[in-house]
Design a protein around this ligand. Structure first.
Ligand code: HEM
Length: 449
């Protein structure tokens, strides 16, 4: 079945572009804060009014916001513009945007002023979770009411988005169960629920991101078959199982049956393998004019594919119990977390951003001067990411508790690697800024014009 590539079937709504641009701004700042945090490993007294314990949550919250904002923005933008599904309520979408922005600013303000109160990853005062819940309900109702107008069977990206939205809501709620004394007063109960919910949260944003990847592939190729194939639906079902059980390979401190952890490993890795294969096969079906018309988007999907395979190799190594026992809690785990969020999620989302830019604003973007800056930035970012992750792995190996080495000696041995990490992080930041700033400018101008 041919997809409606390039057809603007329903009136375009700008709200999706607002979300996308805010996501680009969030990543721009997240990178800067991440680089500052990395230098704090080496020079803790530098900028002493901004300690690591404030910088880390600011960096991570901005990075997670980038992922959600661009995934949500894509959904708000693609439904009316490419799927002939005008939003059920553009007003609710605008309200969603403002709640997201104001809550985000309140969270950053709370971190800066030292008001904490949550658990890891949601370290802001728990009351700020309420607007997040409310805005997610707005988003969910709007999405489902909009999709109710669709006739015919759903392509896989609708299933992925629909599932990601529902599960985010439940798992985000679950991650707040600690506010009840029943959970908080038992360390095992609290840890179990906490890490279970985080694993599922990552699964729910993966659903949103993988749905976006398949949507963009279908539209660039002008062929929806990639979104209706058996392989695409296998990815969906595997991602669903990973969403429900994948947490098991995150929760080491919690006692549970080993088969659950083994299932989690197998499912998460098969999920990556199938996603990598779908992108690989799709690339082979593209004609050269299709690659040319969306050359930036194509470049980012290609990069995501390479990072999927590299992360898979790392994940396989980490899943060997004899290795895992040493790597857990070291910078190797950070390499795994950032390798997947940067190499896979962020590259896919950048492909989505540039698909929008190349389709809506400038079909010849690649050949333009700005397009060349973006291409250079993307190369610099990918090379720096390689060194960045290598340095984290090196630091982690030095920190691994092998033999009777004192803690001081292992942190000293890790220092040169942490320096390489901070410098390569600077390269990654510069490369991505060369991608992000032109994208912010073109979307902002186009939106305003
Ligand atoms: C697309 C860009 C990025 C994304 C999506 C991202 C995402 C993340 C995530 C999810 C974590 C939490 C990791 C964990 O809990 O194990 C993290 C931690 C961190 N990131 Fe990034 N990051 C990005 C870029 C950078 C850059 C360029 C730097 C600069 C060197 C950086 C420095 C850090 C530091 C220092 C931490 C704290 C690690 C620790 O707890 O010791 N990040 N990042």
């Amino acid at each position: 079945m041919q997809a409606e590539q390039g057809e603007l079937a329903a009136p375009s709504t700008k709200i999706g572009l607002w979300f996308i641009n805010l996501g680009l701004v969030a990543l721009t700042f997240s990178l800067m804060v991440g680089v500052l945090a990395a230098f704090k490993y080496l020079f803790p007294d530098f900028l002493d009014f901004l300690p690591f314990y404030k910088l880390r949550p600011m960096h991570v919250s901005l990075a997670i916001s980038w992922i959600f904002l661009v995934a949500i923005g894509g959904i708000y933008y693609y439904l009316p513009n490419y799927c002939k599904l005008p939003l059920w309520s553009p007003r609710a979408a605008r309200l969603h945007f403002w709640v997201f922005l104001l809550t985000g600013l309140a969270i950053l303000g709370a971190y800066l002023m030292g008001y904490f109160g949550g658990r890891e990853y949601w370290e802001f005062p728990p009351v700020l979770a309420l607007p997040i819940f409310a805005s997610w309900i707005l988003f969910g109702v709007n999405f489902y009411r909009t999709l109710a107008r669709h006739q015919g069977s759903w392509p896989v990206y609708f299933w992925m988005w629909a599932t990601g939205i529902i599960f985010f809501f439940f798992t985000f709620a679950e991650s707040y169960l600690w506010i009840f004394p029943y959970f908080r007063e038992s360390i095992i109960r609290e840890l179990t629920v906490q890490w279970k919910s985080y694993g599922a949260l990552i699964g729910s944003w993966n659903m949103l991101v993988y749905g976006t990847a398949i949507f963009v592939m279908a539209k660039i190729g002008g062929d929806d078959r990639v979104a209706r194939s058996k392989m695409a639906f296998s990815l969906y079902f595997l991602s669903l199982v990973a969403l429900m059980f994948g947490w098991a390979h995150h929760a080491y401190a919690v006692p549970f049956a080993p088969w659950v952890r083994n299932l989690a490993y197998i499912v998460s890795m098969s999920e990556l393998l199938i996603l990598g294969k779908i992108i690989w096969d799709w690339r082979a079906t593209l004609k050269s004019y299709q690659k040319h018309n969306h050359c930036q988007a194509y470049r980012f999907l290609f990069a995501a594919d390479i990072w999927i395979f590299l992360n898979l190799i790392l994940a396989i190594m980490l899943s060997v119990p004899a290795i895992n026992i040493f790597t857990h809690g070291t910078h190797i785990t950070v390499a795994h977390a950032m390798g997947t969020t940067i190499g896979i999620n962020s590259m896919i989302l950048l492909a989505s951003v540039f698909f929008v830019i190349e389709s809506k604003f400038d079909p010849d973007y690649c050949a333009s001067r700005e397009g060349r800056v973006v291409a250079f930035g993307s190369r610099l970012a990918n090379i720096s990411l390689f060194v960045f992750l290598g340095a984290l792995l090196g630091a982690g190996l030095m920190e691994a508790p092998v033999g009777a080495q004192p803690f001081y000696a292992s942190t000293e041995a890790a220092r040169p690697y942490l320096m390489a990490f901070a410098v390569a992080g600077g390269g990654l930041m510069l490369g991505l800024w060369m991608v992000l700033l032109p994208a912010i400018k073109i979307i902002w101008r186009g939106k305003a014009g």
